[in-house]
Structure formats: C-alpha cells, structure tokens
Design a protein around this ligand. Structure first.
Ligand code: CA2
Length: 148
C-alpha cells in the first residue's frame, strides 16, 4: 500500500502569492499544492494537503495524521512561534515530522527565532521558498520508507 504524506499549512498561507512576494515568493498555495502532489506521486506516495487559519483545526489534523499518515510536513506559519498546543500534538506522533518554511525565520525578526515545532521535528527546511516543499517531500518519503 502506498504511503500517505500529510502536508499541513497554518494561518495566512492562503494569502501566498498575493502580498510580500519579496519574502514568500510569487507562488500561490495552489502552486505549492501542485508541486507537493507531483513530487509525492513521483515518489509513489499520496498526499493530504490542507491549510487552516485555526489552531484547533490544525491540532485535529495533526491527530488525524497520527493514525492515517506515514509522515507529516508542517508549515505552522506564525503558530510555529507561539503554539504549545501544536507542540503537544506533534509530541504525540510517532511518524516523522518535517518542519518547512518558505522564508528563513532565523534571519528575520527575533520573535521568529523560537520554534515550538522544531523540538518535535526530524528536521527543518527553511528559506528556499516553494522549492523547500519539494525538499520536504523527499525528506518525508525517505524517513517514512526507512520506518516501514
Ligand atoms: O516562512 C514561512 O513559511 C512562515 O511560516 C510564514 C508565516 C510566518 O509567520 C512564519 O514566521 C514563517 C507567515 C505566513 C503568512 O503568509 C503570507 C503570505 C502572503 C501574504 C501575507 C502573509
């Protein structure tokens, strides 16, 4: 049976491509979805790709990935820097987690330097724009295959 990769996206990422292209690039979230779907299909995996502006909904989906997913790619947006609820949900997972960001939070405002996702992630990909999602898919499939 093929692997299912969850790719979850947090608040405001629905606005991608509409504002601040110098930080987040010109790709829309639909472009990112297409890239992720295509890379997953090349790697023999299926994908559940979602975005929410609501912390609790993201927590629900992380819990869903726990039983239905082989790996999780997560761009928690600003919740990365604030959410203990997302941190706790991630800690309950046994599947690999790949944290991804379009920008590099490490070279931006100091409040973006703390991540509540990173301590629960296998690795972090940041600063490569939409291309980072392609790298994240490769890492997620590699880690999921190693486990199965
Ligand atoms: O670089 C990333 O992927 C971020 O997760 C994006 C978040 C930000 O809070 C994180 O520090 C880093 C913000 C997403 C907002 O996306 C927008 C896109 C276009 C226009 C406005 C917001």
């Amino acid at each position: 049976m093929s692997l299912t990769i969850y790719c979850l996206n947090g608040p405001n990422l629905n606005l991608l491509g509409e504002r601040e292209p110098e930080i987040y690039g010109r790709d829309t979230l639909d472009d990112v979805r297409a890239l992720v779907e295509s890379r997953c299909s090349e790697g023999g995996a299926s994908v559940v790709f979602r975005q929410s502006n609501h912390e609790g909904e993201l927590v629900d989906w992380i819990q869903e990935a726990r039983t239905k997913g082989a790996a999780l790619i997560l761009n928690a947006g600003a919740y990365t820097h604030t959410s203990i609820a997302i941190h706790d949900a991630l800690k309950a997972l046994t599947i690999p987690v790949v944290e991804v960001h379009l920008s590099n939070p490490g070279n931006r405002e100091s409040f973006r330097r703390r991540s509540f996702v990173a301590p629960a992630a296998s690795g972090v990909i940041a600063g490569f724009g939409a291309y980072g999602y392609r790298l994240a898919v490769d890492a997620a499939i590699e880690l999921a295959n190693k486990r199965s």
